[in-house]
Design a binder for this molecule. Structure first.
Ligand SMILES: NC(=O)c1ccc[n+]([C@@H]2O[C@H](COP(=O)([O-])OP(=O)(O)OC[C@H]3O[C@@H](n4cnc5c(N)ncnc54)[C@H](OP(=O)(O)O)[C@@H]3O)[C@@H](O)[C@H]2O)c1
Length: 259
C-alpha cells in the first residue's frame, strides 16, 4: 500500500478501462478506496474490476461516455448520492488528435479531443462540486498534460483543451479555498499507454502507468495545486513557455518545418 492509505473512501476515475486511469484505480483500490471505474468499454472495465477484486480491493463498473455531458453529470450525481459522497473525482479520460489523412488544423482532427479533454473533463470535475462544498470535503483532480504548458505546432487540438483544463482547475482551486474541497491539475510527460503506442516520435523519460499512478497518488494527500512529472520535461516545457515568443518560435519551429 502507498503512503495515502485510507485517504479516500470513495473515488471516481474516468478512463478507468486502460492506461493511467486503470493504474490509478488499481492503486487507489489497493489503498482502501471503493473505486468507481467509468469509461465506454464495459468489458474492459469488468476486466479491470476483476483484477482489483482479485487483489482484495473494491471496484464498481459504470459504463459511461463523458462527452455526453448531461447524462454523465446526472449519473455521477446519482452515484454520489448512492455511495454517500465521492471523496475523490479524477477526470482522466482523454484522447490524442486524429491524424490519419487529416491536416492537424481540421476540425475533424481535433473534435474528439476538444469534446472529451475539455468538456468531458469539466463536466466530470464539476458534477458534484456543490455537494462536496456542502459536505465540506472532497478533492477533484484533472489529468492534464505537460503539453498544456507551451504551444506545439500541429498539436493545437490537444494542447488547447488541456491548457483549458489546467486553467479551469486553477480557477476552481482559488474559488474553493476555505471550503474543505481541493483541486489539483496533473501534468504528466510521456506514459506508456495505448495513447503513446501510436506515437512514432521519441518519448523521452517515458514511464509505465503504475509509476505514473504512484507519482500522482503519493502527492495527492498534500492537496497540491499541480503535480508535474518527470521534472526534466516539465522544467523544459515551463522554460519554453516563459521564453519571448520570437525566441520560442525559433526553438519550436513551425509545423511546416517539421514535416
Ligand atoms: N500517455 C501519455 O503519455 C499521457 C501524457 C500526458 C497526459 N495523458 C493523459 O492521460 C489520460 C489517460 O490517457 P492514457 O495515456 O492512459 O490513454 P488510454 O490508455 O488511451 O486511456 C484513455 C482512457 O479514456 C477513456 N475514454 C476515451 N473516450 C472516452 C469517453 N468519451 N468517455 C469516457 N471515457 C473515455 C478510454 O476508455 P474507453 O475507450 O473504454 O472509453 C480509456 O480508458 C488522458 O487524459 C491523456 O490525455 C497521457
Amino acid at each position: 500500500m502507498g503512503s495515502s492509505e485510507g485517504a479516500y473512501r470513495t473515488a471516481l476515475v474516468t478512463g478507468g478501462s486502460s492506461g493511467i486511469g486503470q493504474a490509478l484505480a488499481e492503486r487507489l483500490a489497493a489503498d482502501g478506496a471503493l473505486v468507481v471505474l467509468a469509461a465506454r468499454r464495459a468489458e474492459r472495465l469488468h476486466a479491470v474490476a476483476e483484477g482489483i477484486e482479485a487483489a482484495g480491493g473494491r471496484a464498481r463498473v459504470e459504463p459511461m461516455d463523458v462527452t455526453e455531458t448531461t447524462a454523465a453529470v446526472a449519473r455521477i450525481r446519482a452515484l454520489d448520492a448512492e455511495l454517500g459522497g465521492f471523496d475523490l473525482v479524477v477526470a482522466n479520460a482523454g484522447v490524442g488528435m486524429k491524424h490519419k489523412g487529416l491536416p492537424s488544423y481540421a476540425w475533424e482532427a481535433m473534435a474528439e479531443a476538444c469534446h472529451l479533454n475539455f468538456c468531458g473533463a469539466a463536466a466530470t470535475l464539476t458534477a458534484v462540486l456543490p455537494q462536496m462544498v456542502e459536505r465540506g470535503r472532497g478533492h477533484v483532480v484533472g489529468i492534464s498534460s505537460i503539453a498544456s504548458f507551451a504551444p506545439i505546432p500541429g498539436r493545437g487540438g490537444y494542447c488547447a483543451p488541456k491548457a483549458g483544463l489546467s486553467m479551469l482547475l486553477e480557477c476552481l482551486r482559488l474559488e474553493l479555498a476555505g471550503t474543505g474541497v481541493h483541486a489539483t491539475a496533473v501534468h504528466p510527460g510521456f506514459v506508456r499507454t495505448a495513447m503513446t503506442a501510436k506515437s512514432e516520435g521519441a518519448l523521452p523519460f517515458v514511464m509505465d502507468p503504475p509509476t505514473a499512478a504512484a507519482r500522482i497518488v503519493d502527492a495527492l494527500p498534500a492537496f497540491p495545486a499541480a503535480i508535474d512529472f518527470p521534472w526534466q520535461l516539465a522544467a523544459a516545457a515551463r522554460l519554453g513557455a516563459a521564453l519571448p515568443r520570437s525566441v520560442r518560435d525559433r526553438v519550436m519551429g513551425t509545423a511546416a518545418a517539421r514535416r
